[in-house]
Design a protein around this ligand. Structure first.
Ligand SMILES: C[S@@+](CC[C@H](N)C(=O)[O-])C[C@H]1O[C@@H](n2cnc3c(N)ncnc32)[C@H](O)[C@@H]1O
Length: 201
């Protein structure tokens, strides 16, 4: 049976703690996403950074020329991300939005989820797949980074095997690849992660 995991109140967390101290804080574009974009020759288009948090990934994508929307359930996170983007002169749409009660009504060329899906209770996973599928244009991609079953620390988000990812997403996405990798951030050693390339059917 999957162990039930606990998460903070996200808005309180972003009000109380400096984003730079958060385990997932990573100024650079996620290395696995960067490789995937190069391999698939994707260098323009619209992107949703889902669960954008500190906004580092949205900002890195905007610097590469993508038209970026960043959403997060935490308004405090969105306010901070927006002010960082403005300070860098970047035109990014940041919106407070709960993915399970979303006001997004656009199809993106791709969605990047770095650490959002793996905080959701297992009962919500099929809702997540359906909602995110509707936010991606046909043949667009979901790039998903989540914790791997190989990560042995007790605390933290849900973990996944490649087989579980195939089972959860396989009806609505073509599973292009799933690789064992790490979750870049402020934790030493870096947590073990899976990076999946999922093409919308
Ligand atoms: C592990 S953090 C990752 C943040 C960011 N993607 C990064 O890599 O720096 C997970 C994020 O998901 C957000 N989140 C949690 N539940 C959410 C929901 N229902 N809808 C949108 N965002 C959510 C949290 O506020 C948090 O910022």
């Amino acid at each position: 049976m999957t162990q039930q995991r606990e998460f903070p109140n996200w808005n309180n967390l972003y009000q109380e703690r400096q984003v730079e101290t958060m385990p997932w804080y990573n100024l650079d574009l996620d290395a696995d996403l960067e490789q995937a974009l190069t391999k698939l020759q994707i260098n323009s288009g619209t992107v949703l950074d889902l669960g954008t948090g500190p906004g580092t990934q949205a900002i890195a994508l905007a610097k590469k020329g993508f038209r970026v929307t960043g959403t997060d359930i935490s308004e405090a996170a969105i306010i901070q991300a927006e002010s960082k983007a403005q300070a860098e002169g970047l035109d990014i749409i940041f919106k407070q939005d709960d993915i399970f009660n979303s006001n997004l009504n656009q199809e993106f060329d791709f969605v990047f989820d770095r650490g959002c899906f793996h905080v959701f209770h297992p009962d919500l996973r099929q809702d997540y797949v359906r909602i995110v599928h509707n936010l991606i244009q046909p043949t667009g991609y979901l790039f998903l980074k989540c914790f791997s079953h190989l990560e042995t620390r007790e605390e933290g988000p849900y973990r996944f095997t490649p087989e579980e990812i195939r089972k959860i997403f396989g009806d609505r996405f073509n599973v292009v690849s799933i690789k064992e990798t790490v979750y870049q951030g402020t934790v030493n050693p870096l947590p073990k992660a899976l990076f999946s390339i999922l093409e919308r059917i």
